[in-house]
Design a protein around this ligand. Structure first.
Ligand code: ATP
Ligand code: MG
Ligand code: MG
Length: 349
């Protein structure tokens, strides 16, 4: 049996491991944090820091292919792994999306539209970026941000100091605030020999920077849905990508803008578990294992709702509500922590 190595042991790794196991594959998780959601469903788990080259090498030698469930893996760790096992998606996909500046440049060079942006190093460059882009704007750290962390809104020059303070003076970009009509995302997949399959666009609602709900179908026109899927296909091909990719988009009167890409399975694709015969997790495992992609046609309308922090306190009511329940096995329900999600099938597609 082939063994899939997964870097990162959170809930995405857990759901990938479940999918791999359902396909008769073995899973070996590598995660610096002990007792993560993925380790307990994997056949093997290594808990070691990213700097532990011996552990990385042993892990890479023990698996047939390495994939990952989050994008902030240090380049040095990947270099060690790459000597012993193929990494899918490839390292370029990861490095492009690890840094919001290189990500924006890559998307722009592909001819895709993004929010107006400028790099920021310090108060001086922020002042000139703000002059160029105008307020309101959002300052975002180039690296390591997720769930809206590492971001600060700016209404005018008076906010400059506080915003830099809020993001810890890290290298950043300033983005113009887009007045979008709605937010959608496309989960796309590309196989080893180049075929592309995209799931239907979902419509996303964020609260406090965290994804709250995804609804399919999105309330967009057929033309907009086709545009969204084509954008995902362009990105997949340009990166010579293998695996599943999430593309977050803003729908505006001027067309679609790409907000960001994630080189992995994506929270806004969880609806596929109960809306499609082949979900994003199986699709990703098929792709990285070099298998044919599955048919991701949507058979049902679905609303995916994240269970965040204390949401799980009402588990009994949720469990009785008829929705499909997906829990990550996390012991402690901290505020803002994703504990699980539910998929409510709302009708046939
Ligand atoms: P994720 O958890 O999706 O990785 P993140 O921390 O990388 O989130 P973004 O996706 O950049 O953050 O931003 C989070 C949300 O904030 C977006 O989904 C959108 O609702 C809002 N947002 C971000 N950038 C902009 C923008 N330029 N204009 C308007 N809204 C924005
Ligand atoms: Mg992000
Ligand atoms: Mg995002």
């Amino acid at each position: 049996n082939s063994t899939i190595g997964i870097l990162g042991g959170g809930q995405l790794g857990r759901m990938l491991a479940v999918a791999a196991s359902r396909l008769g594959l073995h899973v070996h998780v590598f995660d610096p944090a002990p007792d993560g959601p993925a380790a307990e469903v994997a056949r093997e788990a290594t808990c070691a820091p990213w700097e532990d080259e011996a552990a990385l090498e042993a892990f890479a030698r023990a698996v047939d292919v390495v994939t990952y469930e989050f994008e902030n893996i240090p380049a040095e760790a990947l270099e060690v792994i790459a000597r012993h096992a193929p990494i899918r998606p490839n390292r370029r996909a990861l490095s492009v999306s690890q840094d919001r500046l290189t990500e924006k440049q890559f998307l722009t060079e592909l001819g895709l539209k993004v929010a107006p942006y400028a790099p920021v190093e310090d108060a001086e460059s922020l002042a000139s970026a703000l002059e160029e882009i105008g307020a309101p704007a959002i300052l975002k750290t180039r690296r390591l941000g997720y769930d809206g962390k590492g971001q600060a809104r700016i209404s005018g020059p008076e906010d400059i100091e506080a915003a830099l303070e809020a993001i810890g003076h890290a290298p950043a970009i300033l983005e113009g605030l887009v007045e979008f009509e709605r937010e959608v995302s496309v989960i796309g997949a590309r196989g080893t020999s180049g075929p592309v399959a995209c799931f239907d666009p979902g419509e996303n609602r964020h609260e406090g920077g965290i994804l709250r709900r995804t609804t399919v179908p999105a309330a967009i026109s057929e033309g907009q849905a086709a545009d969204a899927v084509l954008i995902a296909g362009r990105i997949l091909s340009a990166l010579d990508y293998v695996g599943v990719l999430g593309v977050e988009l803003f729908v505006t009167p001027e067309g679609l803008l790409v907000n960001e890409i994630a080189p992995r399975v994506h929270n806004s694709g969880h609806w596929t578990q109960n809306g499609c015969t082949i979900d994003q997790f199986e699709q990703h495992i098929r792709a990285v294992a070099g298998w044919p992609l599955g048919d991701g046609t949507r058979h049902s309308d679905v609303v995916m709702e994240n269970l965040i922090g204390d949401d799980v306190a009402e588990l009994e009511g949720i469990a009785a509500s008829g929705a499909a329940l997906h829990l990550y096995g996390k012991a402690e329900a901290r505020p803002g922590r994703k504990m699980g999600h539910v998929n409510r099938v709302t009708g046939p597609a």
